[in-house]
Design a protein around this ligand. Structure first.
Ligand SMILES: C[S@@+](CC[C@H](N)C(=O)[O-])C[C@H]1O[C@@H](n2cnc3c(N)ncnc32)[C@H](O)[C@@H]1O
Length: 478
Protein backbone atom coordinates (compact mmCIF):
# COMPACT_ATOMS: atom_id res chain seq x y z
CA UNK A 1 0.00 0.00 0.00
CA UNK A 2 1.35 3.43 -0.96
CA UNK A 3 2.32 5.58 2.03
CA UNK A 4 0.80 9.06 2.01
CA UNK A 5 2.12 11.84 4.22
CA UNK A 6 0.08 15.01 3.82
CA UNK A 7 2.87 17.31 4.97
CA UNK A 8 4.88 16.18 1.94
CA UNK A 9 2.30 17.52 -0.50
CA UNK A 10 1.31 20.61 1.50
CA UNK A 11 4.87 21.79 2.03
CA UNK A 12 6.51 20.41 -1.12
CA UNK A 13 8.16 23.74 -1.95
CA UNK A 14 9.71 24.30 1.47
CA UNK A 15 10.84 20.67 1.65
CA UNK A 16 12.56 21.02 -1.74
CA UNK A 17 14.40 24.11 -0.46
CA UNK A 18 15.50 22.28 2.70
CA UNK A 19 16.80 19.35 0.63
CA UNK A 20 18.56 21.43 -2.01
CA UNK A 21 22.29 20.64 -1.89
CA UNK A 22 24.23 23.68 -0.61
CA UNK A 23 26.33 25.60 -3.12
CA UNK A 24 30.13 25.11 -3.10
CA UNK A 25 30.46 28.57 -1.55
CA UNK A 26 27.98 27.76 1.25
CA UNK A 27 29.85 24.49 1.88
CA UNK A 28 33.19 26.24 2.03
CA UNK A 29 31.93 28.98 4.39
CA UNK A 30 30.15 26.55 6.71
CA UNK A 31 33.09 24.18 7.05
CA UNK A 32 35.71 26.94 7.32
CA UNK A 33 33.77 28.29 10.30
CA UNK A 34 33.26 24.81 11.82
CA UNK A 35 36.96 23.94 11.45
CA UNK A 36 37.97 27.19 13.15
CA UNK A 37 35.40 26.97 15.95
CA UNK A 38 36.28 23.33 16.72
CA UNK A 39 40.00 23.99 16.45
CA UNK A 40 40.41 21.29 13.80
CA UNK A 41 43.21 23.17 12.09
CA UNK A 42 45.19 21.45 9.35
CA UNK A 43 42.27 20.42 7.12
CA UNK A 44 39.93 22.04 4.62
CA UNK A 45 36.62 20.91 3.11
CA UNK A 46 36.45 21.68 -0.62
CA UNK A 47 34.68 20.43 -3.75
CA UNK A 48 36.43 17.45 -5.39
CA UNK A 49 36.79 17.07 -9.14
CA UNK A 50 34.51 14.09 -9.36
CA UNK A 51 32.29 13.36 -6.36
CA UNK A 52 30.92 16.19 -4.30
CA UNK A 53 32.97 17.60 -1.47
CA UNK A 54 36.02 16.10 0.18
CA UNK A 55 38.56 16.82 2.92
CA UNK A 56 42.01 18.13 2.00
CA UNK A 57 45.22 18.58 4.00
CA UNK A 58 45.98 22.22 4.78
CA UNK A 59 49.39 21.28 6.22
CA UNK A 60 51.85 18.38 6.01
CA UNK A 61 51.14 15.28 8.12
CA UNK A 62 53.63 12.54 9.01
CA UNK A 63 52.56 8.89 9.19
CA UNK A 64 50.78 8.35 12.54
CA UNK A 65 49.97 12.05 13.03
CA UNK A 66 46.56 13.03 14.34
CA UNK A 67 44.70 14.56 11.41
CA UNK A 68 41.37 15.23 13.10
CA UNK A 69 39.33 14.79 16.28
CA UNK A 70 35.73 15.21 15.13
CA UNK A 71 32.96 15.93 17.60
CA UNK A 72 29.68 14.27 16.67
CA UNK A 73 26.61 16.27 15.70
CA UNK A 74 24.32 13.59 17.15
CA UNK A 75 24.96 10.07 18.39
CA UNK A 76 23.26 7.15 20.14
CA UNK A 77 24.50 4.11 22.01
CA UNK A 78 22.94 0.91 20.62
CA UNK A 79 20.17 -0.15 22.98
CA UNK A 80 21.61 -3.69 23.02
CA UNK A 81 24.92 -2.25 24.30
CA UNK A 82 23.40 -0.44 27.27
CA UNK A 83 23.62 -3.52 29.47
CA UNK A 84 27.36 -3.75 28.91
CA UNK A 85 28.45 -0.16 29.30
CA UNK A 86 27.26 2.81 31.32
CA UNK A 87 28.41 5.91 29.45
CA UNK A 88 27.75 9.64 29.37
CA UNK A 89 24.85 10.22 26.97
CA UNK A 90 26.54 13.26 25.51
CA UNK A 91 30.27 12.55 25.18
CA UNK A 92 30.03 8.73 25.56
CA UNK A 93 32.91 8.32 27.99
CA UNK A 94 32.46 5.60 30.64
CA UNK A 95 31.13 6.87 33.97
CA UNK A 96 30.76 5.74 37.60
CA UNK A 97 33.55 3.41 38.62
CA UNK A 98 35.09 0.09 37.64
CA UNK A 99 32.98 -1.48 40.40
CA UNK A 100 29.74 0.07 39.09
CA UNK A 101 30.52 -0.96 35.51
CA UNK A 102 31.16 -4.58 36.52
CA UNK A 103 28.39 -4.82 39.14
CA UNK A 104 25.74 -3.27 36.90
CA UNK A 105 26.61 -5.52 33.98
CA UNK A 106 26.56 -8.66 36.15
CA UNK A 107 23.25 -7.64 37.69
CA UNK A 108 21.63 -7.10 34.31
CA UNK A 109 23.24 -10.16 32.76
CA UNK A 110 21.98 -12.45 35.47
CA UNK A 111 18.50 -11.13 35.96
CA UNK A 112 17.53 -10.09 32.45
CA UNK A 113 17.68 -6.46 31.63
CA UNK A 114 15.19 -3.64 31.90
CA UNK A 115 13.97 -2.02 28.68
CA UNK A 116 16.47 0.69 29.18
CA UNK A 117 19.38 -0.80 30.99
CA UNK A 118 20.76 2.55 32.07
CA UNK A 119 17.90 2.61 34.59
CA UNK A 120 20.37 0.89 36.84
CA UNK A 121 22.96 3.61 36.77
CA UNK A 122 22.39 5.04 40.22
CA UNK A 123 25.35 4.03 42.31
CA UNK A 124 23.25 3.28 45.40
CA UNK A 125 21.33 0.69 43.40
CA UNK A 126 18.03 2.28 44.49
CA UNK A 127 16.48 1.85 41.08
CA UNK A 128 16.70 -1.88 41.11
CA UNK A 129 13.03 -2.62 41.23
CA UNK A 130 11.93 -6.07 40.18
CA UNK A 131 9.40 -4.79 37.64
CA UNK A 132 12.24 -3.20 35.73
CA UNK A 133 13.83 -6.54 35.37
CA UNK A 134 11.03 -8.42 33.73
CA UNK A 135 11.30 -6.86 30.32
CA UNK A 136 13.33 -7.99 27.37
CA UNK A 137 16.92 -9.10 27.72
CA UNK A 138 19.03 -6.66 25.75
CA UNK A 139 22.51 -8.00 26.40
CA UNK A 140 24.96 -8.68 23.64
CA UNK A 141 26.63 -11.04 26.08
CA UNK A 142 26.12 -14.76 25.84
CA UNK A 143 25.59 -16.76 29.02
CA UNK A 144 27.91 -19.50 27.79
CA UNK A 145 30.51 -20.67 30.30
CA UNK A 146 29.56 -17.95 32.75
CA UNK A 147 30.06 -18.38 36.42
CA UNK A 148 27.23 -16.91 38.52
CA UNK A 149 28.04 -14.88 41.63
CA UNK A 150 25.80 -14.48 44.70
CA UNK A 151 23.55 -11.44 44.30
CA UNK A 152 25.02 -9.88 47.50
CA UNK A 153 28.49 -9.72 45.91
CA UNK A 154 27.07 -8.15 42.77
CA UNK A 155 25.07 -5.61 44.78
CA UNK A 156 28.01 -4.67 46.96
CA UNK A 157 29.95 -3.90 43.76
CA UNK A 158 27.13 -1.83 42.35
CA UNK A 159 26.62 0.03 45.61
CA UNK A 160 30.36 0.55 45.74
CA UNK A 161 30.50 -1.04 49.18
CA UNK A 162 33.14 -3.37 47.80
CA UNK A 163 36.27 -1.75 46.39
CA UNK A 164 38.30 -3.87 44.00
CA UNK A 165 42.10 -3.76 44.34
CA UNK A 166 43.78 -1.21 42.05
CA UNK A 167 40.42 0.09 40.74
CA UNK A 168 41.38 3.62 41.86
CA UNK A 169 44.07 3.55 39.17
CA UNK A 170 41.18 3.71 36.67
CA UNK A 171 39.06 6.61 37.92
CA UNK A 172 35.85 7.47 36.08
CA UNK A 173 33.71 10.62 36.35
CA UNK A 174 30.77 10.46 38.76
CA UNK A 175 27.32 9.68 37.41
CA UNK A 176 25.11 12.76 36.95
CA UNK A 177 21.36 12.24 36.59
CA UNK A 178 19.22 13.66 33.80
CA UNK A 179 17.80 17.04 34.96
CA UNK A 180 14.41 16.06 33.48
CA UNK A 181 14.28 13.03 35.76
CA UNK A 182 13.90 10.33 33.09
CA UNK A 183 16.48 7.97 34.64
CA UNK A 184 17.25 6.80 31.14
CA UNK A 185 20.28 8.94 30.41
CA UNK A 186 23.25 9.87 32.58
CA UNK A 187 26.18 12.25 32.23
CA UNK A 188 29.82 12.64 33.18
CA UNK A 189 29.58 16.34 34.06
CA UNK A 190 27.20 19.27 34.45
CA UNK A 191 28.66 20.59 31.19
CA UNK A 192 27.60 17.49 29.22
CA UNK A 193 24.24 17.44 31.03
CA UNK A 194 23.51 21.03 29.99
CA UNK A 195 24.88 20.60 26.46
CA UNK A 196 22.70 17.54 25.82
CA UNK A 197 19.63 19.20 27.33
CA UNK A 198 20.12 22.21 25.06
CA UNK A 199 21.00 20.09 22.01
CA UNK A 200 18.03 17.69 22.06
CA UNK A 201 17.26 15.97 25.36
CA UNK A 202 14.89 18.64 26.70
CA UNK A 203 12.50 17.51 23.94
CA UNK A 204 13.37 13.81 24.00
CA UNK A 205 13.31 13.32 27.79
CA UNK A 206 10.57 11.03 29.12
CA UNK A 207 10.85 12.43 32.68
CA UNK A 208 8.67 15.01 34.46
CA UNK A 209 10.81 17.92 33.23
CA UNK A 210 10.33 16.97 29.57
CA UNK A 211 9.37 19.62 27.03
CA UNK A 212 7.93 17.02 24.66
CA UNK A 213 4.31 17.23 23.53
CA UNK A 214 3.45 13.79 24.91
CA UNK A 215 5.69 11.67 27.12
CA UNK A 216 3.50 8.65 26.47
CA UNK A 217 3.89 9.01 22.72
CA UNK A 218 7.61 9.57 23.16
CA UNK A 219 7.95 6.31 25.11
CA UNK A 220 6.05 4.55 22.31
CA UNK A 221 8.38 6.05 19.70
CA UNK A 222 11.47 4.94 21.66
CA UNK A 223 10.05 1.45 22.12
CA UNK A 224 9.33 1.20 18.39
CA UNK A 225 12.90 2.31 17.57
CA UNK A 226 14.39 -0.17 20.04
CA UNK A 227 12.28 -2.96 18.52
CA UNK A 228 13.04 -2.08 14.90
CA UNK A 229 16.04 0.17 14.20
CA UNK A 230 17.80 2.59 16.52
CA UNK A 231 18.70 4.79 13.55
CA UNK A 232 15.25 6.35 14.28
CA UNK A 233 16.58 7.57 17.64
CA UNK A 234 19.42 9.30 15.82
CA UNK A 235 16.92 10.89 13.42
CA UNK A 236 14.81 12.05 16.39
CA UNK A 237 17.90 13.70 17.86
CA UNK A 238 18.61 15.41 14.54
CA UNK A 239 15.04 16.77 14.31
CA UNK A 240 14.93 17.82 17.99
CA UNK A 241 18.25 19.62 17.69
CA UNK A 242 16.95 21.50 14.64
CA UNK A 243 13.76 22.50 16.47
CA UNK A 244 15.75 23.73 19.47
CA UNK A 245 18.18 25.66 17.27
CA UNK A 246 15.17 27.21 15.52
CA UNK A 247 13.60 28.30 18.83
CA UNK A 248 16.89 29.82 19.97
CA UNK A 249 17.28 31.74 16.70
CA UNK A 250 13.69 32.96 16.93
CA UNK A 251 14.07 34.14 20.48
CA UNK A 252 17.33 35.96 19.61
CA UNK A 253 15.56 37.52 16.62
CA UNK A 254 12.63 38.72 18.78
CA UNK A 255 14.99 40.22 21.37
CA UNK A 256 16.85 42.04 18.64
CA UNK A 257 13.56 43.44 17.28
CA UNK A 258 12.49 44.58 20.75
CA UNK A 259 15.85 46.24 21.32
CA UNK A 260 15.45 48.17 18.11
CA UNK A 261 11.77 48.88 18.92
CA UNK A 262 10.64 47.28 15.63
CA UNK A 263 7.32 45.50 15.28
CA UNK A 264 7.31 41.73 15.54
CA UNK A 265 6.55 40.49 12.00
CA UNK A 266 8.06 37.07 11.55
CA UNK A 267 5.79 35.49 8.92
CA UNK A 268 7.93 34.09 6.11
CA UNK A 269 10.94 34.96 8.13
CA UNK A 270 10.20 31.86 10.24
CA UNK A 271 11.17 29.66 7.31
CA UNK A 272 14.49 31.44 6.83
CA UNK A 273 15.18 30.81 10.55
CA UNK A 274 14.27 27.15 10.06
CA UNK A 275 16.66 26.98 7.10
CA UNK A 276 19.39 28.41 9.30
CA UNK A 277 18.64 25.92 12.07
CA UNK A 278 18.72 23.07 9.53
CA UNK A 279 22.11 24.12 8.14
CA UNK A 280 24.33 21.57 9.96
CA UNK A 281 22.13 18.78 8.56
CA UNK A 282 21.84 20.36 5.13
CA UNK A 283 25.59 19.88 4.74
CA UNK A 284 25.51 16.07 4.97
CA UNK A 285 25.40 13.96 1.82
CA UNK A 286 21.95 12.34 1.73
CA UNK A 287 19.43 10.33 -0.24
CA UNK A 288 16.09 8.81 0.71
CA UNK A 289 16.57 5.88 3.08
CA UNK A 290 14.32 3.45 1.19
CA UNK A 291 16.08 4.31 -2.08
CA UNK A 292 19.66 4.01 -0.86
CA UNK A 293 19.51 1.15 1.66
CA UNK A 294 21.35 -1.92 0.34
CA UNK A 295 19.22 -4.91 -0.55
CA UNK A 296 19.90 -7.53 2.19
CA UNK A 297 21.37 -10.83 0.98
CA UNK A 298 18.25 -12.74 1.98
CA UNK A 299 15.95 -10.60 -0.19
CA UNK A 300 15.44 -11.89 -3.71
CA UNK A 301 16.15 -9.13 -6.30
CA UNK A 302 12.68 -9.74 -7.75
CA UNK A 303 11.25 -8.60 -4.37
CA UNK A 304 13.26 -5.39 -4.33
CA UNK A 305 10.32 -3.02 -4.90
CA UNK A 306 8.29 -4.67 -2.10
CA UNK A 307 11.32 -4.50 0.22
CA UNK A 308 11.81 -0.78 -0.43
CA UNK A 309 8.11 -0.14 0.15
CA UNK A 310 8.32 -1.99 3.50
CA UNK A 311 11.25 0.20 4.56
CA UNK A 312 9.29 3.30 3.59
CA UNK A 313 6.31 2.09 5.61
CA UNK A 314 8.52 1.40 8.61
CA UNK A 315 9.93 4.95 8.43
CA UNK A 316 6.38 6.33 8.20
CA UNK A 317 5.28 4.31 11.25
CA UNK A 318 8.19 5.75 13.21
CA UNK A 319 7.53 9.31 11.95
CA UNK A 320 3.87 9.17 13.01
CA UNK A 321 4.94 8.22 16.55
CA UNK A 322 7.63 10.91 16.63
CA UNK A 323 5.23 13.57 15.37
CA UNK A 324 2.78 12.75 18.14
CA UNK A 325 5.60 13.03 20.66
CA UNK A 326 7.48 16.20 19.70
CA UNK A 327 5.49 18.05 17.01
CA UNK A 328 6.18 21.76 16.55
CA UNK A 329 3.84 23.64 14.21
CA UNK A 330 6.50 26.18 13.25
CA UNK A 331 8.89 23.42 12.15
CA UNK A 332 6.23 21.48 10.23
CA UNK A 333 8.32 20.53 7.15
CA UNK A 334 10.69 18.62 9.43
CA UNK A 335 7.86 16.14 10.05
CA UNK A 336 7.47 15.25 6.39
CA UNK A 337 8.36 11.72 5.29
CA UNK A 338 10.64 13.21 2.65
CA UNK A 339 12.80 14.98 5.27
CA UNK A 340 12.67 12.02 7.71
CA UNK A 341 13.67 9.62 4.92
CA UNK A 342 16.58 11.86 3.85
CA UNK A 343 17.86 12.26 7.43
CA UNK A 344 17.88 8.49 7.95
CA UNK A 345 19.41 8.01 4.47
CA UNK A 346 22.16 10.43 5.45
CA UNK A 347 23.00 8.28 8.48
CA UNK A 348 22.81 5.13 6.35
CA UNK A 349 25.20 6.47 3.71
CA UNK A 350 27.66 7.85 6.21
CA UNK A 351 27.46 4.75 8.39
CA UNK A 352 29.73 6.09 11.09
CA UNK A 353 30.33 3.81 14.04
CA UNK A 354 30.64 5.12 17.55
CA UNK A 355 33.15 3.05 19.55
CA UNK A 356 34.72 3.75 22.96
CA UNK A 357 37.09 1.23 24.56
CA UNK A 358 36.16 -0.15 27.97
CA UNK A 359 38.15 0.76 31.10
CA UNK A 360 37.10 -2.65 32.51
CA UNK A 361 39.36 -4.28 29.93
CA UNK A 362 42.27 -2.04 31.00
CA UNK A 363 41.57 -2.91 34.61
CA UNK A 364 41.75 -6.68 34.11
CA UNK A 365 44.82 -6.33 31.86
CA UNK A 366 46.51 -4.38 34.65
CA UNK A 367 45.71 -7.14 37.15
CA UNK A 368 47.02 -9.72 34.71
CA UNK A 369 50.32 -7.83 34.41
CA UNK A 370 50.96 -7.63 38.18
CA UNK A 371 54.13 -9.33 39.41
CA UNK A 372 53.84 -12.50 41.51
CA UNK A 373 53.04 -13.06 44.36
CA UNK A 374 50.91 -9.90 44.30
CA UNK A 375 49.02 -11.11 41.23
CA UNK A 376 47.97 -14.31 42.97
CA UNK A 377 46.57 -12.39 45.97
CA UNK A 378 44.68 -9.94 43.78
CA UNK A 379 43.45 -12.68 41.44
CA UNK A 380 41.81 -14.41 44.39
CA UNK A 381 39.51 -11.38 44.69
CA UNK A 382 39.04 -10.39 41.05
CA UNK A 383 38.96 -13.74 39.22
CA UNK A 384 35.39 -14.66 40.32
CA UNK A 385 34.17 -11.37 38.84
CA UNK A 386 36.07 -11.96 35.63
CA UNK A 387 34.63 -15.49 35.40
CA UNK A 388 31.16 -14.16 36.04
CA UNK A 389 31.52 -11.54 33.31
CA UNK A 390 32.54 -14.26 30.86
CA UNK A 391 34.32 -13.84 27.58
CA UNK A 392 32.62 -10.51 26.81
CA UNK A 393 34.08 -8.79 29.86
CA UNK A 394 35.67 -6.07 27.73
CA UNK A 395 32.77 -5.08 25.45
CA UNK A 396 33.24 -1.50 24.32
CA UNK A 397 30.60 1.19 24.04
CA UNK A 398 29.00 0.83 20.61
CA UNK A 399 26.59 3.04 18.75
CA UNK A 400 26.04 5.19 15.69
CA UNK A 401 26.81 8.86 15.25
CA UNK A 402 27.03 11.55 12.65
CA UNK A 403 30.43 13.24 12.51
CA UNK A 404 30.27 16.44 10.43
CA UNK A 405 33.88 16.43 9.18
CA UNK A 406 34.60 12.71 8.96
CA UNK A 407 31.42 12.38 6.90
CA UNK A 408 32.97 14.66 4.27
CA UNK A 409 35.85 12.21 3.74
CA UNK A 410 35.71 10.23 0.54
CA UNK A 411 36.67 6.60 0.19
CA UNK A 412 39.82 5.08 -1.24
CA UNK A 413 41.05 1.47 -1.08
CA UNK A 414 44.54 2.93 -0.61
CA UNK A 415 43.50 5.66 1.84
CA UNK A 416 45.75 8.42 3.12
CA UNK A 417 44.21 8.18 6.61
CA UNK A 418 42.22 5.88 8.86
CA UNK A 419 39.72 6.13 11.71
CA UNK A 420 41.71 4.82 14.64
CA UNK A 421 41.28 5.29 18.40
CA UNK A 422 44.50 5.70 20.35
CA UNK A 423 44.80 4.71 24.02
CA UNK A 424 43.99 8.24 25.12
CA UNK A 425 40.85 8.57 22.96
CA UNK A 426 38.25 7.62 25.54
CA UNK A 427 35.15 9.41 24.35
CA UNK A 428 32.80 9.42 21.37
CA UNK A 429 34.81 11.75 19.15
CA UNK A 430 36.04 10.30 15.86
CA UNK A 431 39.83 10.16 15.58
CA UNK A 432 41.51 10.23 12.17
CA UNK A 433 45.20 9.32 11.90
CA UNK A 434 47.51 9.68 8.87
CA UNK A 435 48.25 6.32 7.22
CA UNK A 436 51.32 7.70 5.50
CA UNK A 437 52.90 11.14 5.00
CA UNK A 438 50.26 13.48 3.54
CA UNK A 439 51.29 16.57 1.59
CA UNK A 440 49.56 19.93 1.91
CA UNK A 441 46.76 20.04 -0.68
CA UNK A 442 46.40 16.23 -0.92
CA UNK A 443 42.95 14.70 -0.36
CA UNK A 444 42.43 12.97 2.98
CA UNK A 445 40.65 9.71 2.24
CA UNK A 446 39.61 6.84 4.48
CA UNK A 447 38.46 3.34 3.62
CA UNK A 448 34.74 2.70 4.20
CA UNK A 449 35.36 -1.06 4.05
CA UNK A 450 38.15 -3.56 4.76
CA UNK A 451 40.56 -2.52 2.02
CA UNK A 452 42.41 -5.84 2.21
CA UNK A 453 39.47 -7.72 0.70
CA UNK A 454 39.56 -8.92 -2.91
CA UNK A 455 38.66 -6.44 -5.66
CA UNK A 456 35.18 -7.83 -6.40
CA UNK A 457 34.27 -8.08 -2.70
CA UNK A 458 35.33 -4.47 -2.19
CA UNK A 459 33.22 -3.26 -5.10
CA UNK A 460 30.23 -5.25 -3.86
CA UNK A 461 30.47 -3.64 -0.41
CA UNK A 462 30.96 -0.17 -1.87
CA UNK A 463 27.82 -0.64 -3.95
CA UNK A 464 25.98 -0.08 -0.63
CA UNK A 465 27.34 3.46 -0.73
CA UNK A 466 26.21 3.86 -4.32
CA UNK A 467 29.53 3.96 -6.21
CA UNK A 468 32.27 1.86 -7.80
CA UNK A 469 35.73 2.75 -6.58
CA UNK A 470 38.23 3.99 -9.15
CA UNK A 471 41.17 4.53 -6.79
CA UNK A 472 44.66 3.58 -8.11
CA UNK A 473 44.45 0.16 -6.39
CA UNK A 474 41.07 -0.61 -7.99
CA UNK A 475 42.15 0.65 -11.41
CA UNK A 476 45.22 -1.60 -11.27
CA UNK A 477 43.32 -4.65 -10.01
CA UNK A 478 40.42 -4.17 -12.43
C1 LIG B 1 30.48 10.05 3.39
S1 LIG B 1 30.08 10.81 1.88
C2 LIG B 1 31.59 11.54 1.45
C3 LIG B 1 31.46 13.01 1.15
C4 LIG B 1 30.71 13.29 -0.13
N1 LIG B 1 31.61 13.30 -1.28
C5 LIG B 1 29.96 14.61 -0.06
O1 LIG B 1 29.89 15.32 -1.06
O2 LIG B 1 29.40 14.90 1.01
C6 LIG B 1 29.95 9.36 0.91
C7 LIG B 1 29.52 9.59 -0.51
O3 LIG B 1 30.54 10.25 -1.25
C8 LIG B 1 30.70 9.66 -2.56
N2 LIG B 1 32.03 9.00 -2.63
C9 LIG B 1 32.89 8.81 -1.61
N3 LIG B 1 34.01 8.22 -2.03
C10 LIG B 1 33.87 8.01 -3.35
C11 LIG B 1 34.69 7.40 -4.37
N4 LIG B 1 35.88 6.92 -4.10
N5 LIG B 1 34.19 7.35 -5.62
C12 LIG B 1 32.97 7.84 -5.92
N6 LIG B 1 32.15 8.43 -5.01
C13 LIG B 1 32.59 8.51 -3.73
C14 LIG B 1 29.59 8.63 -2.67
O4 LIG B 1 28.48 9.26 -3.25
C15 LIG B 1 29.30 8.27 -1.22
O5 LIG B 1 28.00 7.77 -1.02
Amino acid sequence: MEVVCRIDTQFAEQIAVLLEPPSPLQVQEYFDELITSKNCNGIQVKPTNAYGKGVYADMEFEEGDLVLKDQMLVGVQHSSNKIDCLVCSHCFQFIGSIELQIGRKLYLQDLGSPKDCSDLASSDGSDMEEDHLESQHCSSTTSRNRFKLPIESVESLMNEKLTLPFSKKFPLPSVIDCPGGCKEVYYCSKLCEQADWDLCHSILCTGDGSKSVSKKALSKFIEHANDTNDIFLLAAKAISSTILRYRKLKSAHSKEKQKNKMSEVLGNHNFSLLLKAWKPLSMGYKRRWWDCIALPDDVDPSDEAAFRMQIKQLAFESLVLLKEAIFDEECLPLFSLEIYGHIIGMFELNNLDLVVASPVEDYFLHIDDLPEPQKKEVDAITQPFLDALGEDYSVCCQGTAFFPLQSCMNHSCCPTAKAFKRDEDRDGQATIIANRPIKKGEEITISYIDEDLQFEERQALLADYGFRCKCPKCVQEA
